[in-house]
Write a new protein. Structure first.
Length: 568
């Protein structure tokens, strides 16, 4: 293992980092830094998990330590191999590697059982026959202590016998539990004789039918950290009240004691990060699956076109605290734009095409215009874009009767075609319904490349695609999945689905794209000039181009930051 560096080498400081620095200075763990990322395989990872992933892997890497990927797979009724596979894939995609340290809580089922027997023998655990409802009733309230179970003082031998028979499958689901004997009067509900094991005749995705009793998450979590020699067990704030219970277990067992540290979870505006609610969206058909580009899952935003670099930069920018808050969605989009601006090739695409005929351009002639691939990357070079007599432009770039502030193409007005010529509108052709079907123009041959030798200026530059060489494609225009900043806030009698945005997806099927995109591979990202950033969807196939809008060019977060600096 690399020797840890007690002095921070990079990145902003935070209280978790400061704790690690202090521990290294005092040699608390013999110079070790060993973290873990412990997802439950009961759904797909979402962007909130990205914060934890970046934190755990990032801190360990900075100080020459290690990070484990461990699945807390203690609930077979909700866990699936599909979820395990997606989690492994997405942590790798985000840029992190656990080397040979892939573990499962189910790896430790045998040891956890033996430790439970040890606690029974020590008089610190007992088999209880209360039903789930009765346990809740006996638990008490925040202002009243709980009542002891009538089975709390069962003898050790009886409890050992019953626990062994629970393991052997003699009893039905829910008929008995194993509970820790702690303090029914504790102000912390987690310490009021919590359940350690429940009977569950369910097939586990790894252990099959080997077990019919399963440890509770709170019992398995801390001991799994202990088995793996974790030094800094970094959790979100909802586990702060559980820490005394984790401490009680490892101290009662007399085993290695990891240090748990809690930090604020990530919350984003216009976004829900509850796996239970995300599962509801999938099961009820509100989205097309866990990887729907409107979903905040890593699979979803990955399919939408977000880059791992943008996510890592975003997570590194938001810091850590001991108070849960909410981050503007615009801030995340800022980092996506910033990253894609550097790496995404520029292309021209017309999403809502309007046919343009340049009457004085030679019929049958095709020119090759030089177009810059990325002005932010000098090494990206140029490409050739065909130009001809008949083009497509965006329908919104033409107005027959333009308002005062409209400077794009309209009758009698001249505009610049990107990389092309100046053109002037001379007339329109309408269909039977009165809709404009075609716009006629003339061009100035002297303005090749988009500049007029006489120095005259135009107020607008618009993009275009040559009609004869254009390739057709479908573009999926994604917007926020929810209408409210806090989608969880609903009126009485409603659930969170009442806040769904009915216009979160618009599918455009008649888009015209420059021919360089004909063989664009799924996952490739582009900037459609003037329109935003787009990614080739997994549904694309030869002869069927499908793009997802990743993010618009509008940068609300940059404006927010600018206003904030001006106020200071």
């Amino acid at each position: 293992m690399t020797t840890p560096n007690p002095e921070p080498a990079s990145g902003p400081s935070n209280f978790v980092r400061d704790i690690i620095l202090d521990d290294l200075k005092t040699n608390k763990y013999q110079g070790r830094v060993h973290t873990r990322f412990p997802p439950e395989p009961n759904g797909y990872l979402h962007i909130g998990h990205a914060k934890s992933i970046c934190l755990n892997f990032g801190l360990a890497a900075e100080f020459g330590g290690k990070t484990n990927l461990r699945f807390d797979d203690t609930n077979p009724c909700k866990e699936e191999t599909e979820y395990v596979d997606s989690i492994i894939d997405n942590v790798h995609w985000l840029g992190f590697d656990w080397e040979d340290r892939l573990f499962y809580a189910s790896d430790y089922f045998g040891q956890l059982y033996e430790w439970a027997v040890q606690l029974i023998k020590a008089g610190k655990a007992y088999v209880c026959d209360l039903t789930a409802d009765e346990i809740r009733q006996y638990r008490g309230t925040p202002s009243e202590p709980g009542k002891e179970s009538p089975y709390r003082n069962r003898g050790v031998e009886e409890c050992l016998d019953l626990f062994a028979r629970m393991k052997a499958g003699e009893f039905p689901d829910g008929s008995r539990t194993l509970r820790a004997k702690i303090d029914m009067a504790s102000p912390n509900f987690n310490m009021r004789d919590p359940i350690m094991y429940r009977i569950l005749h369910a097939e586990h995705h790894r252990t099959g039918n080997e077990w019919c009793i399963y440890p509770m998450y709170d019992y398995a979590h801390g001991q799994s950290d202990s088995i793996e020699g974790i030094t800094h067990s970094i959790c979100t704030l909802e586990f702060e009240d559980h820490r005394p219970l984790y401490d009680w277990y490892v101290e009662a067992l007399g085993i290695y004691h990891p240090q748990q540290i809690e930090f604020d979870r990530l919350n984003l505006t216009y976004t829900l990060l509850s796996k239970r609610k995300l599962l509801t969206l999938v099961q009820e058909g509100h989205v097309r699956g866990w990887d729907d580009p409107r979903m905040p899952t890593l699979s979803g935003i990955r399919r939408r076109g977000y880059t791992p670099e943008a996510l890592r930069n975003f997570c590194g920018s938001i810091g850590l605290s001991k108070t849960n808050g909410s981050i503007e969605l615009g801030r995340l989009e800022y980092f996506v734009r910033e990253d894609l601006n550097k790496r995404a090739p520029r292309v021209m695409a017309v999403l809502r095409p309007l046919r343009i005929v340049i009457d004085n351009y030679p019929e049958g002639q095709v020119e090759e215009m030089d177009a810059i691939n990325n002005p932010e990357d000098a090494g990206a070079g140029t490409r050739k874009v065909p130009f001809s007599r008949v083009l497509y432009i965006e329908r919104e770039d033409f107005r027959e009767d333009p308002p005062k502030e409209f400077f794009r193409l309209s009758p009698g007005r001249e505009v610049r075609l990107r990389y092309g010529y100046f053109i002037k509108c001379t007339g329109v052709v309408k269909d039977a319904s009165g809709e404009i079907a075609e716009v006629h123009c003339t061009y100035d041959p002297a303005t090749h490349g988009g500049n007029a030798p006489d120095g005259r200026k135009v107020k607008a530059t618009i993009h275009w695609v040559s009609a004869a060489q254009a390739v057709s494609g479908e573009v999926r225009m994604y917007d926020n999945l929810f209408l409210k900043e806090d989608p969880g806030q609903v009126d009485e009698g409603q659930d969170f689905t009442a806040n769904l945005n009915p216009k979160s997806l618009e599918v455009l099927v008649e888009c015209k794209l420059e021919p360089s995109l004909a063989d664009a591979a799924p996952g490739t990202r582009y900037q459609f000039e003037r329109l935003g950033y787009f990614c080739v969807d997994a549904d694309s196939a030869p002869g069927k181009l499908v793009f997802n809008r990743t993010v618009t060019l509008k940068d609300a977060w940059a404006k927010i930051e600018k206003r904030g600096k001006q106020k200071k």
